[in-house]
Design a protein around this ligand. Structure first.
Ligand SMILES: Nc1ncnc2c1ncn2[C@@H]1O[C@H](COP(=O)(O)OP(=O)(O)O)[C@@H](O)[C@H]1O
Ligand SMILES: N[C@@H](CCC(=O)OP(=O)(O)O)C(=O)O
Length: 379
């Protein structure tokens, strides 16, 4: 458990890189680090999830954000990351802060062993009061193995370190009820259910890769891990403390549950799923009563998964109702469903309690979870 208050701050590319010249925005970084030093004096551990590596490196590789392709961006990230870290380091020293670089890929979150290892490292840095600067390792990640945006990457970190608060700093005051460039757009100051705003959250700037949609997805992941999220403009004298003390308008996305089991949050907040099960109406009605998913509950399955993979669990109306970790491979599951009357031990050749998903590995989704549609599943 966290011994101090913990805050994860995500910073968008446009705040860190000048849009025309693609050079660091030192003034912003100074205000940020000054505020982080204040928070540290107030007993906060702060973790930064920083974008900006690609934007800053594009100039070095002679490319522009509007036209850069994947290899330009990967090379740019390799050039921009040291520039970014150098700026954080120099400015950090001015305010008595030590910083460290943590570059991650999707597997560092999705593989539970790597997740725990990453968590240990981040916790060790915090113990020495060092500010971890986290970013995706864009130089080596390809489409299949990347988170793809730092909004969700930062939410994963917030969940991992059991952050109390998560602030997403961007170039708009918060979530609007429609694209803010549209006339009459109103700032939404408090959100409980992000589902209501998904349709309003399309579009993004040329420098970034996320957009408002990934911010809502990220906020939902944090909400479900018991962490309150704020989306706020980064341009302020005290970009963080003014959000936390409520003196500035922004959007607050209220935590939807008490920080519960880390294990269940890890299952619920997966970014890639290996497969899915469709269960009967009776089994769907029993969800939440501490019952496992039995093979007789499954009417259909999809995907090529192995033991320990996380699956979507849909009802027969295609509504995602739960997520759970499979005790069997897809081949074993298929064989058990096809032979409901044969004892599992006999079918599989080893002793097993024959529950496809055990209760401790099952998370029932509630109204405040963003759910997936069957066609969005990665199987
Ligand atoms: N409903 C909305 N509310 C606020 N911003 C929105 C909305 N819909 C689209 N946007 C756009 O999303 C942008 C934020 O995403 P992005 O530019 O990717 O930020 P960052 O680079 O900071 O991650 C805003 O500047 C705005 O142009
Ligand atoms: N990892 C990338 C940024 C990815 C990203 O999410 O960008 P943004 O939408 O500006 O936060 C980089 O360092 O350039």
């Amino acid at each position: 458990m966290a011994s101090q208050k913990r805050l994860v701050v995500k910073i968008g590319s446009g705040l860190l890189a000048n849009a025309d010249r693609l050079t660091p925005r030192f003034g912003f970084m100074q205000r940020l680090m000054d505020d982080i030093a204040r928070l540290r004096d107030d007993g906060y551990d702060v973790i930064i999830a920083s974008s900006g590596a690609v934007a800053l490196g594009l100039r070095t590789v002679g490319a522009r954000p509007e036209t850069a392709g994947l290899s330009d961006k990967q090379a740019a990230a390799a050039c921009g990351m040291p520039q970014l870290l150098n700026a954080y380091k120099q400015i950090g020293h001015e305010f008595g802060l030590e910083i460290a670089q943590v570059l991650l890929t999707l597997g560092d979150f999705e593989d539970h062993r790597r997740y725990l290892n990453t968590r240990n490292t981040v916790n060790r840095l915090l113990k020495s009061r060092i500010v971890p600067i986290v970013n995706e390792n864009d130089t080596i990640t390809t489409e299949e193995i990347r988170v793809g945006d730092n909004d969700r990457l930062a939410a994963k970190i917030a969940q991992m370190v059991e952050a109390d608060e998560f602030i997403i700093l961007t170039q708009v005051d918060g979530l609007y009820d429609r694209d803010p460039s549209e006339e009459g757009a109103q700032l939404v100051e408090e959100v409980h259910d992000v589902n209501e705003y998904i349709a309003a959250a399309s579009g993004k700037s040329t420098l970034g890769t996320g957009g408002m949609l990934t911010k809502l997805q990220a906020a939902n992941m944090a909400q479900n891990a018991g962490c309150t999220t704020y989306i706020a403009h980064g341009e302020a004298e005290h970009p963080l403390t003014s959000v936390l003390d409520g003196s500035r308008r922004c959007t607050q996305l209220v935590a939807q549950s008490e920080p519960g089991s880390q294990w269940k949050a890890w299952i619920a907040n997966r970014l890639q799923m290996a497969g899915s099960l469709v269960i009967t109406a009776e089994a769907a009605a029993r969800l939440g009563q501490g019952e496992p998913i039995h093979r007789s509950d499954v009417v259909r399955m999809d995907g090529d998964f192995t033991r320990g993979d996380v699956l979507h669990i849909f009802d027969e109306d295609n509504l995602e109702r739960a997520r759970g970790l499979s005790d069997f491979t897809s081949e074993e599951t298929r064989s058990m469903i096809a032979n409901p009357d044969l004892p599992a031990d006999q079918l599989l050749g080893y002793q097993t309690q024959a529950e496809i998903v055990r209760p401790k590995n099952l998370v029932v989704l509630e109204n405040h979870h963003l759910t997936w549609k069957p066609y969005e599943t990665a199987v």
